[in-house]
Design a protein around this ligand. Structure first.
Ligand SMILES: [Fe+2]
Ligand SMILES: [Fe+2]
Length: 220
């Protein structure tokens, strides 16, 4: 596996989170349920924005130098993506604050937009996995790709990373957890990797954590 292929882990997590939020939107009706939905969307929006910012800074900036004009369509998607998050968040608030008479119509519109968000996020990351990752593998050495992954993770503040890494681990499958841990073990300085392990240990079920420690050497 080349380092650039590691981006697929967060893409899987983002896609699954979008699907889960869509399902949660379909079930949410009461003000309490809509508050919980809004909070989950807000966290997802922060993870997604940190990912797209990191990608633009750590990956697309480099790519533009070697393959000009490829990035424009992807950056355009990122911008539309952020607009969809704001729109859905506003619709959740509107439905929550509506009267019993007007809420059903607002819920229908809100649920439609939750599907729109999924159908924007998922094809975008799929397009990146299918078209951008192979191009990056072709144009950059593994060392350059490793530096790009490091810069992309720099899109996350330490506070956000403390939440995002355990979330990502929860969202991906057991084999991918092992590959992901091996990847960040390589790109992170040992001290920061140790901190990340602490975040994961505290943020996932004990069996998920032991599933990782039993298969990745160098993790206590
Ligand atoms: Fe992207
Ligand atoms: Fe991406």
């Amino acid at each position: 596996m080349q380092p650039a292929q590691g981006v697929r882990f967060i893409h899987i997590a983002l896609s699954r989170e979008a699907h889960e939020i869509e399902l949660q939107a379909a079930r949410s009706e009461s003000p309490e349920e809509l508050t919980a939905l809004g909070e989950r969307l807000a966290q997802f929006g922060m993870f997604n924005k940190a990912h797209t910012d990191g990608e633009e800074l750590g990956l697309y900036a480099d790519l533009e130098l070697k393959a000009p004009h490829v990035r424009a369509a992807y950056l355009h998607d990122h911008k539309e993506d952020h607009e969809l998050f704001v729109d859905l968040a506003n619709r959740i608030i509107a439905a929550r604050e509506a009267s019993a008479a007007t809420r059903p119509g607002l819920l229908t519109a809100m649920r439609r937009q939750s599907i729109a968000l999924t159908e924007h996020v998922v094809p975008h990351v799929h397009k990146e996995d299918t078209l951008i990752t192979p191009l990056v593998c072709e144009l950059f050495t593994p060392a350059e790709q490793g530096a790009q992954i490091g810069k992309m993770m720099g899109g996350f503040s330490p506070e956000l990373l403390a939440k995002a890494i355990p979330w990502l681990i929860r969202m991906i499958d057991a084999d991918d957890r092992v590959s992901y841990m091996q990847m960040i073990q390589k790109v992170m300085p040992p001290e920061r990797f140790g901190i990340a392990c602490g975040w994961i240990r505290g943020g996932v079920n004990a069996d998920v954590w032991s599933g990782i420690t039993s298969r990745v050497p160098g993790i206590a």
